[in-house]
Design a protein around this ligand. Structure first.
Ligand code: NDP
Length: 321
């Protein structure tokens, strides 16, 4: 067990955390990134990335995150293979955090970049059939269901985008939604309804994923939300697309959050209500949720942390005079 002192502690290692680290290190803040359970974040479970600027050709998500990590280290960031399990923010700067390893981190500023994770339905068969037909990422796993029968569960932008994406691989895509009206943007709805490969199935929830003899997904048991009737639907692949949950458990009761658990920041900035504590990336952004927007807010967090430290130094110098 050791105690690490830093001017900037970054919790989380997706595009937001690494971008904050790159800017923080170049401002001589000697940042420490505590990487968490999934170093690299959500991009490490995706494949093709073709919307991150700077790459003419498609790049792979895990590769992109390795490059970001290497760049952050190259400019002077320390990476810790640890997970923060407790934070003490109430007393103001310097803040204290404790890792799973037992190590302690004393930090003048904290940048929270813990990201978000896909939500699951929490019904029988879902976790058991993960990797055997049930997935939360069509762009990661859709390819495995070429020419097969697939379903998407959800009615938001993610669900509709995933259903449209899956038509690249399958001619038989069913979108299962618990109401008879989609939440997604109209333009996406128009594309969905125009596709002859997608069949919407309204007013249905999934109550169970059932395996076949080969141990892979065979069918779904559904319940009609209006009549209560049950039915079954055969499918080789099922994609759960019912939204994302931010990783903010660590901050419950310590920082203000919205109803969805996303950290609240001063609009247009990464500043939380505690001076010196910043939030960036998917943990504070449920609207855009892109690698490039996460990187952008990570940069903003580092710049604001630098300004906060300069003000602190100035105040200390004045007090000493
Ligand atoms: P949303 O929260 O927008 O939608 C979740 C959907 O899942 C809703 O239709 C909801 O139903 C349904 N749902 C939630 N829980 C359950 C459940 N237990 N059982 C069955 N259905 C359930 O999440 P998204 O991930 O789609 O989008 C999140 C945000 O990201 C949004 O702001 C979205 O606009 C944005 N986004 C933008 C994209 C883009 O601009 N290209 C792409 C993807 C996301 P109900 O409608 O009944 O509540």
């Amino acid at each position: 067990m050791a105690t690490h002192h830093t001017k900037m502690l970054i919790i989380g290692s997706g595009p937001a955390g690494y971008s904050a680290a790159i800017y923080g290190a170049r401002a001589m803040l000697e940042p420490i990134v505590v990487q968490g359970l999934q170093p690299g974040g959500q991009l490490t479970i995706t494949t093709d990335v073709e919307n991150y600027p700077g790459f003419r050709d498609v790049v792979q998500g895990p590769w992109l995150m390795e490059e970001m990590q290497a760049q952050a280290e190259h400019v002077g960031t320390r990476m810790m293979w640890d997970t923060i399990v407790d934070v003490d923010l109430a007393g103001g700067s310097p803040f204290r955090a404790v890792g799973d390893s037992g190590d302690e981190y004393i930090a003048d500023t904290v940048v929270i970049a813990t990201g978000a994770q896909a939500k699951w339905l929490g019904v029988p068969g879902e976790q058991e059939l993960g990797g055997k037909g049930v997935s939360a990422c069509a762009t990661c796993d859709g390819f495995f269901f070429r020419g097969k029968k697939v379903v998407v569960i959800g009615g938001g932008n993610t669900a509709v985008e995933e259903a449209l994406y899956l038509t690249n691989h399958s001619d038989d895509v069913t979108l299962i939604h618990r109401r008879d009206e989609l939440r997604s943007e109209k333009i996406l709805q128009e594309r969905l309804f125009a596709s002859d490969k997608i069949t919407p199935l309204w007013n249905k929830t999934v109550q169970r994923f059932v395996a076949g003899e080969n141990g892979a997904l065979h069918h779904l048991e559904l319940v009609d939300t209006v009549t209560g009737e049950t039915s079954t639907l055969e499918a080789d692949g099922a994609f759960v697309a019912i939204g994302h949950a931010p990783a903010t458990e660590l901050f419950t009761g310590k920082l203000p959050m919205d109803d969805g658990g996303y950290l609240l920041v001063e609009p247009g900035t990464p500043k939380t209500e505690i001076p010196g504590v910043f939030a960036c990336g998917d943990v504070m952004d449920h609207t855009y949720r892109q690698a490039v927007t996460a990187a952008g807010t990570g940069c903003m967090a580092a710049l604001d942390a630098e300004r906060f430290l300069a003000t602190l130094e100035h105040a200390k110098a004045e007090a000493a005079e």
